[in-house]
Structures are given as C-alpha cells and as structure tokens.
Design a protein around this ligand. Structure first.
Ligand SMILES: [Zn+2]
Ligand SMILES: [Zn+2]
Length: 373
C-alpha cells in the first residue's frame, strides 16, 4: 500500500470504531481485505472478533509474532474530520485504527515478498477492556502457531513523526481495576444509631486507602491507587444502605501489585468489623506489566538506526497494556510510534498524523525481516 491506500484503509476503519468484543464490522472489513490477497501461503483463522493471520516463510525455521489491537473506545469523537466516527459515542481515540492499518499493510507486503521465517499477525480485540490478549494467548490457534518472539507497536501523540521509542525492561505498568461494594443498613437520617451508614464506611475506607502507598510501599518503588467514582444512597435525609467505590491500582512491579491487593483486602476486613457491614472487592480487568526483552530492544534500536528512523529512549509509564500477557509468555517487546497529535491518547480530539503510517510500516516490516531470533 502506498500512503494514499494506507490513509484510505485507516479512514475506513476510523469510521467504524467498536468496543471490546463487539468488533464485528471491523473484523468483517479486515477479513475482506485479507481475502483479496493471494491465499497460497496465507492461513487465516478467526477467534471471537479477532483474527490470526499466518504467512508461511520461505525457510520457516522460526515464527515471528506481531500483534495489533483492534477495538475503539466509548468516547464521543469531537474532531471535525471528514472521516468522523459513524458510531456515535464510540471512537478510535487510542490509535488502534493505525495499528490495524499497518498490520494489514504488513500482511500484504509479506505475502508478495515472503520473509524467511513464518509470521503470525494477531488482530486482537478488547485491549481497552475486558482484555483480549490473555484469552487469545490461551487459544488453540495460538498454541498451534506459537511464535518464538513477539512484538507490537502503539501510537505516541507526544512524539514527532519519523520517531519511534522504547526501552529495555518495564514499559507499561501492572494495572488493575478496583471495585468495592459496601452493604450496611439504611434508615432515617435523624436516627444514625439504628443504621449502618455506608457513606461513612466508604469515606473512611477511601481515606485509609491513602496510607497504603504512602506508608506501606517502599518510597523507591512506585504505586498509585486512585478512586475515580463514588456512588451510594439515594436521597439527602436517608442513611445509605449501599455504597460503591470504583478505582484503579497501578504498580511498577507485579509483586507490589499482589502486596497492595493483600493490604486492601485486610483494610476491607477491618472496615467490616468497624462499621458492622459487608464489603466485597472485584478487581475487574487486570493487566500484567509490559516487560521488554533487552536483547530485542538492542536489535530494534540498531534496525531503526539503519532504516533512518529516529530512536528515542522511552520512559516507563503507569498506563497499562494487555500485550503484557503476551510478552510474559513469549520474549519480545513493544514500541511507541510518533504520530504528533496535540491531543493525547483517549482524547476526543486526538488526530494522529497519517504520515506516521509509512514509518510504522517500515519499522515493523524491518523487524520482521531482520530480527535475529
Ligand atoms: Zn487506550
Ligand atoms: Zn491503545
């Protein structure tokens, strides 16, 4: 695909964003594109709303895996682009339209000019939630075509076009959702002694929660616990029988994540005793850290230098990525692709520069062809 074709595919996909495991139109579009390619050395298997695509290598000693996520976000697009989302309230605000376009172009290039090794391109649903990487990894197709190395890219609005970025070791944090439901006893606001007030229990819990990171985690380690939403009660003069807290936990190490969860559970037990109530915890979706293999990062940096793509050392971030599950089981790495947008990821006005499609394609193709496994 030349730049015009890349833009067309990207815009087609941008118009039809779909949230996790509902990527039906997206999957159909991808399958249609793939069906038009010569099929002789191509194998295609669907998995839920995702797709596995295998290109048979000419020598075929190893298998190189490449993952592209395909889901959009429940965000109402606020750009004035001519190819605006046609699904009101849903948007490709995380660049997964870019990721898919580059992956399709990769398959096309590889089919017409086959690489030495086999290549497994994974179109993965539900990255934004509830998480498609882990179940896809456990699927029979994945086991059959198991890669020896795997990598992935993500757009980076803050980096200029022509730039990629990564680092050895931790790139994305361990993340977990946190939902805590409190159940007590409601009643008249003037008779608090006859009730178990869950507004007070939930509020105390939020305050106590602040001491976990500040007092129980090594200051040289890093962790975040944020509560973003509180609901409870229904009217001003009735004591609330129920309350719910919704938040997130992020850590730089998997052990610290376990330790924080243990402390939260103990705190909930303490609150149950203190307020004579029942608290229940749900961790929702959990993403394992993305840990980049140092050897492959070295190769990536060298390949980018040779391809005249600027390589920058990345910082670690407290954001999550379910690709972490894949690099937990298969050595590999993830990198950022500069797309130079004034608005960041998950912003309703994000507008990545499409010239980056060529750069992303070049970077990924180069690694697939020249990676030393
Ligand atoms: Zn995202
Ligand atoms: Zn994303």
């Amino acid at each position: 695909m030349n730049i015009d074709e890349l833009k067309k595919v990207r815009r087609d996909l941008h118009r039809i964003p779909e949230i996790g495991f509902q990527e039906y139109k997206t999957q159909k579009y991808l399958l249609e594109f793939l069906s038009k390619l010569p099929q002789t050395h191509l194998q295609i298997e669907t998995w839920k709303t995702g797709i596995f695509v295998r290109v048979e290598g000419t020598k075929g000693e190893k298998t190189i895996g490449y993952r592209a996520d395909i889901d959009g976000l429940p965000i109402k697009e606020d750009t004035d682009l001519p190819f605006l989302s046609q699904h009101i309230g849903q948007m490709h605000a995380c660049g997964h339209d870019f990721h898919m376009t580059i992956a399709l172009a990769l398959v096309q290039k590889l089919v017409f000019d086959r690489p030495d090794n086999h290549v497994l391109i994974i179109f993965q649903p539900a990255e934004e939630g509830p998480g498609g990487a882990l179940p896809m990894l456990q699927s029979d197709t994945m086991k059959k075509w198991w890669p020896d190395v795997i990598f992935a890219m993500h757009i980076a609005p803050e980096l200029p076009v022509g730039t990629v970025s990564s680092k050895e070791g931790l790139l994305f944090a361990n993340t977990s959702e946190l939902f805590v439901d409190w159940k007590g006893k409601g009643g008249h606001a003037a008779y608090p002694h006859q009730t178990k007030d869950m507004i007070v229990a939930a509020s105390s819990f939020v305050v106590e929660l602040q001491q976990i990171v500040s007092r129980m985690i090594d200051p040289l380690d890093s962790a975040v616990i944020s509560i973003g939403k509180i609901t409870g009660g229904f009217v001003q003069n009735v004591i609330a029988e129920n309350a719910r807290l919704e938040g997130t936990i992020r850590t730089l190490s998997a052990d610290t994540m376990d330790s924080i969860k243990d402390k939260i559970e103990k705190l909930v037990q303490a609150m149950e005793i203190r307020f004579d109530c029942v608290g229940s915890i749900d961790y929702g979706s959990n993403y394992y850290q993305v840990w980049n293999n140092g050897e492959y990062i070295n190769q990536f940096e060298q390949q980018m230098n040779q391809a005249n793509i600027v390589y920058k050392q990345a910082d670690q971030a407290m954001t999550g990525e379910d690709f972490g599950y894949m690099v937990k089981e298969i050595p590999g790495f993830m990198f950022w692709l500069g797309v130079d947008s004034p608005y960041g990821l998950h912003h309703a006005k994000i507008n990545p520069n499409e010239d980056a499609l060529i750069v992303g394609l070049k970077a990924a193709e180069r690694m697939i062809r020249y990676i030393n496994v």
